[in-house]
Design a protein around this ligand. Structure first.
Ligand code: 6FA
Length: 762
């Protein structure tokens, strides 16, 4: 089995930010330079020989791994890479530690690598944890690589929760790891004049770890800076919130914690496609690289590794990796009919604030021209015949029945723009604002209903990663529809079954408050996501743009050159070109809206027809506002991954019936457009069967897991707490009319205004 392609790309990304750096700590009588990872509860430490060492002694180190027993195997990558790096794997078996050094030249199962000599200096295995202290000789050079201890480097750890195939065999195969991470190892501080004593067994006192390492002396300790507001998560909700807080409260300290790293060049991102080498145009900056986000170009480190659906885990959250479709909110988006409290319906001034900061465009190329627009005239014929009108969609936000127009984006200057180039930029310029990357918030610490701080995996910013609040301070969770519920569960807030899962995790359980302080709220319930169906067509006029396949490594030269020269052309836009809406009746007499998004190319074609792949385009039909189906999100594994527990699509058959009628209506117009052929579904599949058997109905627009009125009150305060707020998609009680990032930012503008106005804050 493979380990993980992501190691390579992440190492370079983390190298820019190094948010979690090693610190000095003591364990077993040895002073280590290393880190504590609270997600899996593991300490990793190193000691180097004195700086005066020469010869063989200069080519070795001593290291330790201290892990909860729940981790079945652990790996270290000395330089943070998968291929051409020295890898060390270890696991407990029958009271002993079994280990080997490994190596690979590709992203496949690493095999045993014979050069290094490992000697166990100390090991212990008990019911709750295991510890391994070892000497690694001939470990600073290997085939094609070396460890340079003169400077800090970025090693990586991996954790496997599934036992290796043959635990007694040091050469055993293992499945892909369940978690991984990087840190900045400050090697120059790892040298020890006691090294000779350590390798001969002196300078250390054998100990047996009891309980999770998080509660032992093995966790590094740093001093804490308290903050007035801690915002967790740098997606659209968090960025608008952090910016407005730092603007309104110049004398208060605002901290933004983001679990991912940089994205666009403005944020320190350096992930530039090969055709743009030498520029600062990263994959996150170039809208036309959107389709390459889905993995055709290799590692996909920008997605949250522990969320079982697509979710962005870099600064900007979803807005840094999404298609950029951007709709201003309309009246029904914030209506009481859609679950909003009456105090929220006056949304227009907040939408206006958003529009002033981040206007939309339906002509994303700065030269004002439209590119790759062949789908527009085809859709004009198809939808025109069906009674649709052509409008400028964001100029007519309340007109959403039988309308179509050019897709609107939040791109500017030919680049992805969104909340990162606006709200985050202004916040970052303020001295009262600080952002820390690569820092996962596991939980909030609380004393009953009062939050006292946040527990992170970053020991550099607080003792064992803990960051306290100032008096009257507040925490705002903006970790998204999956991330925020997980933090709440790990803080003892949510349904009993989810907190019970946290209690089963050694490390996470150690941060829970006493049972008497658990708060039972329907966190994770009431979830919605647009059910969506793709239809694929061909038309002789269409340019399928090679189905976007070469856009990362070998795009069409003229388009690449044009973009590099002036950020104009095809690459100034993501893939969608046309958007449309209509209102649908349902068997239950409720109105549901349907949105359509049209783009050249396709995801997959299933057809008995011969078809010309260079002429394919797709229409995605989503059921939008008015959807009545609901699902549930929560913890999906013992490693506390997050995902859907109950899929939210078509739990009400009336939703399916409504969408089916909308699909049939669009298909009914096909025959009237010369040259237009529906290829998926083809004429061997009925539309009904196609919809019934559709595998992934999701749209990545999840809302509702901390719905306003159910989990948070009308000030977005988590019920039962005094100073914990949520501002992200999770508080949205019902799906918006269009793709959600615009209304989410307008929501955040309103939420932060309410939070600032609420008495009792800092
Ligand atoms: N929405 C649109 O309006 N238009 C689109 O074109 C569109 N396309 C997509 C799309 O193509 C994909 C693949 C995805 C995944 C989403 C799309 N969306 C689109 C939806 C839109 O991006 C989301 O609805 C929107 O970003 C949700 O905003 P939130 O603020 O609620 O949450 P995010 O997930 O964006 O951000 C959460 C942040 O918190 C991330 O930066 C994450 O790294 C961070 N975080 C999570 N857990 C954390 C933790 N424990 N500690 C610290 N940080 C954490």
């Amino acid at each position: 089995m493979v380990w993980c392609r992501r190691l390579l790309a992440l190492a370079s990304a983390v190298g820019c930010a190094l948010a979690q750096s090693s610190v000095s700590y003591s364990d077993s009588g040895i002073t280590w330079q290393g880190i504590f990872d609270p997600t899996y509860g593991v300490s990793y430490g190193f000691v180097l020989p004195p700086t005066t060492a020469t010869g063989a002694l200069a080519q070795e180190f001593v290291a330790e791994i201290v892990s909860p027993i729940a981790n079945k195997w652990i790996g270290l990558s000395v330089n943070g890479q998968m291929a051409f790096d020295l890898l060390i794997v270890a696991w407990p078996n029958n009271g002993q530690i079994v280990y080997s050094t490994r190596y690979t030249t590709d992203y496949i199962q690493p095999t045993v690598y014979p050069g290094p000599i490992i000697t166990t200096l100390q090991s212990s295995v008990n019911a709750t944890s295991w510890k391994w202290i070892f000497r690694c000789q001939n470990c600073t050079t290997w085939s094609g690589g070396s460890l340079n201890t003169a400077n800090p480097t970025v090693p990586a750890w991996v954790v496997g929760l599934i036992p290796v195939d043959t635990p007694s065999d040091p050469a055993s195969n293992m499945a892909q790891h369940d978690g991984f991470g990087f840190w900045g190892q400050i090697w120059p501080l790892a040298h020890s004049n006691d090294y000779n004593s350590i390798i001969s067994g002196g300078g250390s006192t054998p100990t047996t770890t009891s309980g999770a390492p998080a509660s032992t002396s093995s966790a590094p300790v740093a001093t804490a800076t308290p903050y007035d507001y801690i915002v967790v998560g740098g997606g659209p909700g968090g960025l608008v919130t952090a910016d407005r807080l730092s603007e309104a409260l110049p004398n208060k300290k605002i901290l933004l914690l983001e679990r991912g790293g940089p994205s666009t060049a403005q944020t320190g991102g350096t992930d530039v496609p090969p055709w743009a080498t030498g520029t600062n145009l990263t994959r996150f900056d170039i809208p036309g690289e959107f389709q390459a986000m889905f993995g055709s170009s290799g590692p996909t480190y920008w997605y949250c590794s522990d969320v079982t659906t697509f979710a962005g885990c870099v600064i900007g959250g979803g807005t840094s990796i999404n298609g950029g479709l951007y709709w201003y909110p309309n009246t029904q988006d914030f209506s009481t009919a859609r679950g909003w409290p009456a105090s929220w319906t006056n949304y227009q001034s907040y939408a206006a604030k958003l529009q002033a900061r981040l206007p939309s465009t339906d002509h994303p190329s700065p030269d004002g021209k439209l590119y790759l627009e062949q789908t527009f005239p085809v859709m004009q014929k198809l939808l025109g015949n069906l009674g649709y009108s052509n409008i400028t969609l964001n100029d007519n936000v309340n007109f959403r029945d039988h309308v179509y127009g050019y897709s609107a984006y939040n791109f500017q200057k030919g680049k992805r723009w969104g909340p990162v180039a606006t709200y985050f930029k202004t916040a970052s310029a303020r001295s009262n604002f600080k952002v820390v990357y690569n820092t996962v918030v596991a939980s909030v610490a609380r004393n009953g209903s009062t939050i006292t701080g946040v527990q992170t995996n970053n020991p550099l910013i607080g003792p064992r990663g803990f960051i306290p609040l100032n008096k009257n301070g507040r925490v705002i969770l903006s970790a998204g529809s999956f991330g925020t519920p997980r933090i709440l569960f790990q803080s003892g807030i949510g349904p009993a079954d989810q907190i019970a899962l946290v209690q089963q995790s050694n490390v996470a359980a150690s941060f829970l408050p006493p049972k008497s302080q658990f708060i039972n709220l329907p966190v994770g319930m009431n979830v919605q996501d647009n059910p969506s169906i793709n239809l694929m067509f061909t038309h002789p006029s269409i340019d399928a743009y090679d189905n976007w396949a070469p856009i990362w490594s070998s795009p069409r030269p003229a388009d690449a050159a044009q973009y590099l020269k002036s950020q104009t052309g095809v690459f100034a836009s993501s893939s969608p070109r046309v958007s449309f809406w209509s209102a649908l009746g349902g068997p239950d007499n409720k109105t549901r809206w349907m949105q359509g998004t049209v783009r050249p190319g396709f995801d997959s074609v299933t057809t008995d027809y011969p078809y010309n792949a260079s002429q394919v385009f797709s229409i995605t039909l989503y059921l939008s506002t008015g959807v009545t189906s609901r699902g549930r999100v929560g913890l999906t594994s013992s490693a506390l991954a997050a995902g859907a527990l109950v899929n939210p699509w078509f739990t009400d058959p009336n939703d399916k019936a409504a969408l089916l009628s909308g699909i049939n209506n669009v298909i009914s117009g096909v025959k009237q457009v010369p040259g237009l052929t529906l290829i998926t579904p083809d004429n061997t599949t009925t539309v009904e069967d196609y919809v019934n058997n559709y595998v992934n109905l999701g749209s990545n627009h999840w809302v509702g897991s901390c719905s306003i009125g159910k989990v948070v009150d009308e000030n977005t305060l988590v019920m039962g707490t005094k100073n914990l707020f949520v501002v992200d998609a999770s508080i949205v009680p019902s799906l918006f009319t269009g793709n959600p990032q615009g209304p989410i930012m307008a929501m955040a503008e309103q939420a932060v205004t309410k939070i600032l106005a609420l008495a009792g804050g800092p």
